[in-house]
Design a binder for this molecule. Sequence first.
Ligand SMILES: *Cc1c(COP(=O)(O)O)cnc(C)c1O
Length: 380
Amino acid sequence: MDNLYRCWAEVDLDALRQNLRWIKHIVGKKVKIATVVKADAYGHGLRQIATLLMQSGTDVFGVANLIEAETIRALGKGWNILMLGACLPEEIRKAVKDDIIATVSTAAEADLFATEARRQGKIAKIHVKVDTGMGRLGVPWEKAVDLVKYTLNLNNIEFRGIYTHFSSAEDDPEFTQIQKQRFKYVLNELNKEKISIPMIHASNSAGIIHEPDFHFNMVRPGLIVYGIFPPGKRQIDPMLKKFIKPALSFKCRVSYVKEVSPDTPLSYGKIFVTKKKTKIATLTAGYGDGYLRSGSNLAEVLINGKRCKIVGRITMDQMLADVSHLPNVKPGDEVVMIGVQGNESIDANEVAGWLNTIPWEVFTCITYRVPRIYKGGHAA
Ligand SMILES: *Cc1c(COP(=O)(O)O)cnc(C)c1O
């Protein structure tokens, strides 16, 4: 079949399923998985990924807003959906109506949920978030016990769990230790008061890998589900790396090939000037597809199974690669920006290095005009 795509992302659903299975193996059968699917499932496409996760045994979906929650609800009834952010006052009505599990950091928020749930004749389910050092959401850890007790006394509120979030588990074992101690303090105090807590969770991808004694009865993996390890100073056992496979490939094509003489400036701003006779390929992707301009003169892609340097400024829809070392390159050839070609591969961590960002952002930058093509699994 003709390939009519100029720039596209391929998502390997089998890789995703395998990654999820591997995470389950690491954390053990008794630990539930709250798969994080915010930001269109890290750019992989929420509908398809959520469908696959429903088939492959996730327990909870972690989302960042109620639209994402609604998309999941439309795919399958009855799934547990945890809203990871704080609900805005205007969102509380919908969150209660749609049975979304809310994250609560203050007594005032808990009151609003209780009032709304009473109005709707429902019970609002909440997890109390504890700030142990991330500084984004959550009740300060010293006050967490009071907040839990407060929510337990509210009518129409079901206290379903407690959680915290690491700020630097991939980099800083000492600070992570402090966060762990603060969270343990809260759990101990609740235990002393004989308060039972259905769900306890703390670990993102980095926590799952680096803090294996801190899985409690649920974990919240994002990045590793999509097959990428969180980059950081802490070493990751190479054995672990063998079982995780990137699910997303990001591809475009060669549209034009030419030879240019020495001293030829290329692309906007003339930041690249050839030193010698050079073969240049024009490629059908740019920052309008999410391949960030910060990779200008820096990034590499795979063409004909070989690494090629991006030269000159990346433009909105096109960019240029030095293909002097490729004898047979021609228009139509496939270009791999993320993925495997021949014996070479480029993953989102490497691209993040060139684009001066992190793999999470590499994925979420891939824009709406890039079609997501699904392979394997049960593509819906
Ligand atoms: C995004 C997010 C996660 C997942 O993080 P990864 O590093 O991608 O695994 C987990 N928990 C919360 C609260 C988040 O916001």
